[in-house]
Every structure is written in structure tokens, then in C-alpha cells.
Design a protein around this ligand. Structure first.
Ligand code: PLP
Length: 430
């Protein structure tokens, strides 16, 4: 594969950007080799600056559930940008977006739009603290909630990829207010909340882990959290930045039938533009300025171009059969990859929830961070490179999810499985 133009760009980029990138995992450090610079996307495909084509399972880390350049999204964005890119005043799109979100997500009566998932979770935590008058939060090891200080404690995603789950620059005071537990440790969580529950403002989690590979919630775990938090006056916050409109139109909370007090969204609702949102029960959201004492604001919040992209995306997702199609394609991919590993004697566990899936190269069932950590990073890197060389672009780190989009077709999945068979055969041989 010729990647000379990407290499030249990376040489220039490394002089000017930390590690040559604007978000760490993009640098490919975990899997080796130079990152590819992307020129354009079309449907399920990515094209790099050297003209190589890849079937895209990264989906911009989740947002692109319709694939690249969906015509309705492009038309909505073009229309919006011609009317003006930002006003700093209310626009109709914000109302329409709020109506769509509130109708879709069971826990959200009132919503505030922001510009990233990080901002959404950071703000939701502030609201939970303001509402409860308590300071501590409980999060789970390997869950990623963006890069705000309080949440970069035992964090997932790029923090794991870079080996800094506890980031430098986060003060001891911030870290001290962030308690952590294991994702599937029902007894441990009950015990911890029994001891300090009265000081805890918020329990925050990804209801389906998506930032240390895909980890479905263990049976009964979400129910237990709902019960414990309700009994102790703790705000239960589902971070559905990945799972919202991904695992089901109403997110993981509608899939599993557990309604949290607050929810954060991002990724898909921006339709590929920088967007986040937080919302919840009316009583809680009435804490937010200008109604209440919790301050939060944003110059570009509810940006009209981003709202147009998000609204167009959600409208496509309302069409009948979308999630069934995604489920079929993703189940087929899961089965094909599992079979490929088995056929060639490669030890692997495939985890999947809807159109999120990830292979773990381990003999363990993967139910929490420790299980995910047991998977072989070198084998993942070799798998990644083998697939990339064959034209299949998965996440450049074992700590991430792969995403199927509505732009993927049946024969795309078949081609992926065929390539995976070749790669697994190579892995088995080395
Ligand atoms: C991506 C992600 C975030 C952070 O969103 P950004 O838009 O990257 O700031 C937060 N929480 C979860 C669960 C995510 O997957």
C-alpha cells in the first residue's frame, strides 16, 4: 500500500501538533505504522490522500451511523450553512432537535445542547452536584466520559491506549472526589454505596461499555444501580454519548428498560458535527442557568449547522427497519469473525451489542476492564494492520469499538469476513 502522501503530511504535522494529531489515538501509536490522512468519505468507504480505499468500521468513532455524506444530511447542512453558520441567538433547529431527543430518550424531559461529549458529561456532573449538594461521584474502571478533570480517573479509550488512565495534570482533589468500581462488581458497588452513598452526587457509567472494547452490562447490573441510587438520593447518569441512537433509537436505556435520572448524548446526534447534549428529569434540569444556580453556557451551543446535520440523521433513523438491518449486518459480521478465529485456531472473544462490536484476543469472557486488559495487544495490532492492508479500517487500538453503519451492505460484510479469514490464518502462523 502506497502511503507516501500520508507520510509527508505526518512529517509536517509532527512538527506542529502534539504527536502530529488533534486526538491521541489517531496517531496509530498503539498499532504501529504511520496514520493515514483521509481525503474524503463516501457511504461506507474512506479514501486516503494516496487514493487508497477502505471499508470504514471506525465511523468517526461512532457518529456516522449513516455512513459518509448521506445525501439528506449533506442537503440539510448545505441549506443551513447558506442561511448562516452561527447567530448566538435561538434558532428553530434547536427546538426541533430538543423535541426529537425528548421523544426518543425515556429519561430526558428537558435537554441542553453543548458542543462535545466531554462538555456534556462535565456539565451533567456539575448539575448532579448542584442538585444533590454532594461532591463525590462514582465511575467505573475503563469507562470513558471525555477528558474533563474529574472523569480522567481510571478512564477508558485514548487514556488507556496511551497508558494514562489517570492523567497527569489532574489534581489530587479532583481525583479524590471520583470513586471508582469495577463494571460488573455488584457486591462491591453495593458495599461502597452502603459506606459513602450519602456523599455521592452521581453514579455515572456507559450502560454498554464502548471505550475499553464493547462490554454489555452484566445481567441485573443496571437494575441494581437503579435501585441503589434511587434509595440513596443519588443521580444515576447514563453516558450514552456512544450508545444513544446507536444500540437502539432510544439508546441503551430503552434497550434494557432502565431509566436513569440524567443522560448524556453526543456523536450520532451531531451527524458528524461537534455536538453533545445532557438532559434528564425536569426537576434536575431546572437547576441549570438561567432557571437555576448551576452555570453552563456555550458560544456555539446548538449551532444551526450541527443541529441540521443531527436532525437529518435522526430522521433517517426513524425509518422502519433501520435498527433491524443494522442488527442483521452486525450479527453476520460477529458470526463471521468468530468463525474465522475458530477456524484458524486464534483465541478470541467477540463482544457485540447492536452495531457496536469488538474482538478481544483473550480466552476469557470479557465482562469488565480487567478481562479486556487480559486481551493481547500485539495480536490486536497485527489484526488491525492485516485488515488495514486489505482495505478494512477498524479502530487503531484494542480499547475501542467497531461500528457498522446503514451504508454497509451484505457483500461488504462478506468481504470483511473473507479478509479476516486471511488475517487470522496469518496470525495463527506467526
Ligand atoms: C466519545 C465519548 C465521550 C466524549 O465525547 P467527545 O465528543 O469526544 O468529547 C464521552 N463519553 C462517551 C461514552 C464517549 O464515547
Amino acid at each position: 500500500m502506497n502511503i507516501s502522501k500520508s507520510r509527508d503530511l505526518f512529517v509536517r504535522a509532527e512538527k506542529l501538533l502534539p504527536g502530529g494529531v488533534n486526538s491521541p489515538v489517531r496517531a496509530f501509536r498503539y498499532v504501529g505504522g504511520d496514520p493515514l490522512f483521509i481525503e474524503r468519505g463516501e457511504g461506507a468507504y474512506l479514501y486516503d490522500v494516496d487514493g487508497n480505499r477502505f471499508l470504514d468500521y471506525l465511523a468517526s468513532w461512532g457518529p456516522l451511523i449513516l455512513g459518509h455524506c448521506h445525501p439528506e444530511v449533506v442537503a440539510a447542512v448545505e441549506g443551513a450553512v447558506r442561511r448562516g453558520s452561527s447567530f448566538g441567538a435561538p434558532t428553530p433547529g434547536e427546538v426541533e432537535m430538543a423535541e426529537l431527543v425528548v421523544a426518543a430518550v425515556p429519561s430526558i424531559d428537558v435537554v441542553r445542547m453543548v458542543s462535545s461529549g466531554t462538555e456534556a458529561v462535565m456539565s451533567a456532573i456539575r448539575v448532579a452536584r448542584g442538585y444533590t449538594g454532594r461532591e463525590k461521584i462514582l465511575k467505573f474502571e475503563g469507562c470513558y466520559h471525555g477528558h474533563s478533570d474529574a472523569l480522567l480517573v481510571k478512564a477508558g479509550s485514548g487514556a488507556l491506549t496511551m497508558g494514562v488512565p489517570d492523567s497527569a495534570g489532574v489534581t489530587k482533589a479532583f481525583a479524590a472526589d471520583t470513586l471508582t468500581a469495577q463494571f460488573n462488581d455488584t457486591d462491591g458497588v453495593r458495599e461502597l454505596l452502603g459506606q459513602v452513598g450519602g456523599e455521592v452526587a452521581c453514579v455515572v457509567l456507559e450502560p454498554v461499555g464502548g471505550n475499553c472494547g464493547v462490554i454489555p452490562p452484566p445481567p441485573g447490573f443496571l437494575e441494581m444501580l437503579r435501585e441503589e441510587t434511587a434509595n440513596r438520593g443519588i443521580v444515576l447518569l447514563f453516558d450514552e454519548v456512544i450508545t444513544g441512537f446507536r444500540v437502539a433509537y432510544g439508546g441503551a436505556q430503552s434497550l434494557y428498560g432502565i431509566t436513569p435520572d440524567m443522560t448524556t448524548l453526543g456523536k450520532i446526534i451531531g451527524g458528524g458535527f461537534p455536538v453533545g447534549a445532557y438532559g434528564g428529569k425536569r426537576e434536575i434540569m431546572e437547576q441549570v442557568a438561567p432557571l437555576g444556580p448551576v452555570y453552563q453556557a456555550g458560544t456555539l451551543s446548538g449551532n444551526p449547522v450541527a443541529m441540521a446535520a443531527g436532525i437529518a440523521t435522526l430522521k433517517q433513523l426513524q425509518k422502519p427497519g433501520i435498527y433491524e438491518t443494522l442488527e442483521c449486518l452486525s450479527a453476520k459480521l460477529e458470526a463471521g469473525l468468530t468463525e474465522a478465529a475458530q477456524r484458524h485456531g486464534v483465541t478470541a472473544t467477540l463482544n457485540r451489542v447492536g452495531s457496536m462490536l469488538s474482538p478481544f484476543f483473550t480466552d476469557r469472557a470479557v465482562r469488565n476492564f480487567a478481562d479486556a486488559a487480559s486481551s493481547d495487544a500485539d495480536v490486536y495490532a497485527a489484526y488491525f494492520r492485516g485488515m488495514l492492508e486489505r482495505g478494512f479500517y477498524f479502530a487503531p487500538s484494542k480499547w475501542e469499538s467497531g461500528f457498522v453503519s446503514t451504508a454497509h451492505a451484505d457483500d461488504d460484510i462478506e468481504a470483511t469476513v473473507a479478509a479476516a479469514n486471511e488475517v487470522m490464518a496469518q496470525l495463527a502462523a506467526t
